[in-house]
Design a protein around this ligand. Structure first.
Ligand code: NDP
Length: 240
């Protein structure tokens, strides 16, 4: 354990940490010294992320949970409280998308899955974990939104609606919590090369990589404590 690392002694919860952007963020925060609590629905992929963190000398805990189920997040928060007694960073990263049809053809169950994961899931995580931060009079919540929360997305209207909603939620919660010394940032990436993103017609070499987003999260949590960056838009340098 390296006590000189900037996040030494801090605890970070990352949702959707089994693969893609969430796995990268977890590895990055662990490398900065945070103890990372990995959440997601699939134990095996969470274990893979945990293994890579342990191999690099980081500290990690796996708590499988589905962000659409409030009591699973409440259970995760209770475990974080009983194991660590604190929470410093919450990264709401878990998300799903569908980019195949116009809204009038989208099935109601797909609408529910997208909105329940990307928007309700963030509300549930905030509801479950924020009391721990308030108790410590400190914390940083980072919501992973998207440029789809800033732009129209034809054939991805439900996803766009969930991310536009997430941006509004983030700006509002930032105002609610700043008096409690809790910072709220929202990160809006363009296309990142992961399972979620439609790759058709795009050059993967030019797409953003998960580590690019993890780098932004590292910059946010290392920001001087008396200030916070409320929103970051991140684009690939060359259009993919
Ligand atoms: P991936 O599909 O690679 O990863 C999504 C992660 O979310 C998985 O670990 C998945 O794990 C988890 N997840 C999905 N549903 C749930 C749930 N109900 N409860 C808990 N965990 C869940 O996608 P990305 O890494 O690309 O996406 C991460 C975030 O980044 C998302 O919010 C996405 O909207 C956002 N984003 C992605 C962009 C891109 O181009 N890829 C661009 C902009 C934003 P499991 O299935 O095991 O639960």
């Amino acid at each position: 354990m390296d006590t000189a690392k900037p996040l030494h002694g801090q605890v970070a919860v990352i949702t959707g940490a089994g693969r893609g952007i969430g796995a990268s963020i977890a590895r990055q925060l662990a490398a900065l010294g945070a103890t990372c609590v990995l959440c997601g629905r699939t134990q095996s992929t969470l274990d893979l992320t945990a293994q890579t963190i342990l191999q690099s000398g980081g500290q990690v805990e796996v708590i499988p949970c589905d962000v659409t189920v409030l009591h699973q997040l409440e259970y995760a928060a209770a475990r974080v409280n009983s194991t660590f007694g604190r929470l410093d960073i919450l990264v709401n990263n878990a998300g799903v998308g569908r980019f195949n049809e116009p809204l009038h053809n989208l099935l109601p169950e797909d609408w529910d899955r997208i909105l329940n994961t990307n928007l309700r899931g963030v509300y549930y995580a905030i509801r479950a974990f924020v009391p721990l931060m308030i108790r410590g009079f400190s914390g940083h919540i980072i919501n992973i939104s998207s440029l789809a929360g800033k732009n129209p997305v034809p054939n991805g209207a439900a996803y766009a609606a969930s991310k536009w909603g997430l941006n509004g939620l983030s700006y509002s919660v930032a105002e609610e919590l700043r008096g409690q010394n809790i910072r709220v940032s929202v990160v809006c990436p363009g296309s990142v090369e992961t399972e979620l993103s439609p790759h058709a017609g795009k050059d993967p070499n030019k797409m953003l990589q998960p580590d690019d987003i993890a780098h932004v999260v590292a910059m946010l949590v290392l920001q001087t404590p008396q200030s916070f960056v409320s929103e970051v838009l991140i684009r690939p340098t060359q259009k993919p």
